[in-house]
Design a protein around this ligand. Structure first.
Ligand SMILES: [Zn+2]
Length: 390
């Protein structure tokens, strides 16, 4: 049978050598040789191929036994480029990044999910191409990745939108971008992307992380064994529309009593309307100004989300909980969430739990999307296919 690029690569293939270097690097050649269990000659061959593809770089020197300076090798995650887009209810942000999440250029647009995919897709393509040209990185584009605040049907590459956004339900997002740009396109839920960004920012620890995003809406993502846990239908972590017993508040999804109805940025903006608040940004500003009503509302919202996160913590038993989004990082919100988790979750799940704000600021989704692209494009299978196609 003729060899095809879909043949599973051998554990000593170039792709596997790169995977080893990604997981354990930077390493000297001797260290890599010992870990890979390859002969010196074979490893040199593998490294030559990987260098030619721009996948391995020299990362300095290290003093080795016998006083010789040994070259240290690392994965080159700076030479390839991804176009990443974070779509929200009221904004769309595009960025050009490398595979470690360095942002070379970004651009914010007002146009977002309130508009139809027919308007958004061409706008994002135009803006993305312009950014790629401006950064001079169009030639090294290897993938595009988008995050959206909703569920994704990964098999079909379409969004599964709530009834309030009929235009977006089943909207193809992968195909139009893949066809226009000629590169693979990854889709991810926004809370999953943020959780994965925080996981990458922590240096990809061998630990479970729960990421919570509270902005206009509410979502969560779970990273287990280095991967986003999406669940059977892609809805793992969709905590915003879980019902709170006893609450009758009407939610934007049409039901009553959802967590989001009482604790999302949208809900806080509505609650604080008597203070002149119109948008989530207004809520953030008022809390920053120290307005007692706004602080109380944010703290109460944190406690509400905390009841759900406490349940997640008891079930998943993570090492890290990272809380992001414009509302999530507000100190009174985070304090309310932390106190509720600490009083409601199972005591053994709390023993080594590290709860804190997302460290990524406004580039959080981009770092996560870049990390997801890196996992895809630097996987042993993809790398061995690149080698075979050379
Ligand atoms: Zn709801």
């Amino acid at each position: 049978m003729p060899a095809t690029i879909s043949t599973p690569s051998s554990p000593t293939s170039p792709g596997h050598v790169l995977a080893l270097l990604r997981a354990a690097g930077p390493l000297t050649r001797l260290e890599l040789q010992e870990r890979a269990g390859l002969s010196r000659v074979t490893l040199v061959e593998r490294l030559d191929v990987l260098r030619a593809l721009g996948l391995v770089r020299q990362a300095g020197h290290r003093e080795s036994s016998g006083g010789r300076r040994a070259e240290v090798l690392a994965v080159d995650d700076t030479g390839r480029t991804a176009l990443v887009a974070d779509l929200g209810q009221s904004h769309a942000t595009l960025a050009v990044v490398d595979l470690r999440g360095t942002v070379f250029a970004r651009e914010d647009h007002r146009l977002a999910l309130r508009h139809s995919p027919r308007e958004i897709v061409p706008m994002l393509l135009d803006a993305g191409r312009k950014l790629l040209r401006q950064t001079g990185r169009a030639d090294t584009l290897c993938a595009m990745a988008l995050s959206v605040p909703g569920q994704i049907d990964h098999e079909r590459g379409v969004t599964v939108a709530p009834p309030t956004m009929p235009d977006w339900n089943g909207a193809p997002l992968r195909e139009p971008f893949a066809d226009a740009l000629g590169v693979p396109v990854l889709l991810e839920n926004d809370a999953n992307a943020l959780a994965f960004g925080d996981f990458c920012a922590l240096g990809r620890p061998a630990a479970t992380l729960v990421g919570v995003k509270v902005g206009t809406g509410i979502g969560a993502g779970v990273v287990i064994s280095g991967r986003v846990h999406r669940g059977e239908s892609g809805s793992a972590g969709e905590i915003g529309h879980m019902r709170i017993e006893g609450s009758q508040q009407r939610c934007s999804c049409g039901r009553r009593g959802c967590v989001a109805a009482g604790a999302s940025g949208q809900a806080l903006a509505r609650e604080l309307r008597p203070l002149g608040v119109r948008t989530v940004d207004d809520v953030v500003r008022l809390v920053g100004d120290g307005r007692p009503d706004a602080i109380r509302s944010a703290e109460k919202a944190g406690r509400l989300v905390g009841t759900v996160v406490a349940t997640m913590v008891s079930i998943v038993n993570p090492t890290y909980v990272r809380v992001g989004g414009a509302i999530g990082v507000l100190p009174p919100f985070l304090e309310g969430l932390r106190r509720t988790v600490e009083s409601n979750a199972h005591s053994s799940a709390l023993r080594n739990l590290d709860i804190g704000p997302s460290q990524l600021g406004e580039n959080g989704a981009f770092v996560g999307l870049a990390g997801l692209v890196a996992d895809e494009m630097l996987s042993p299978e993809t790398v061995d296919a690149m080698v075979a196609a050379r």
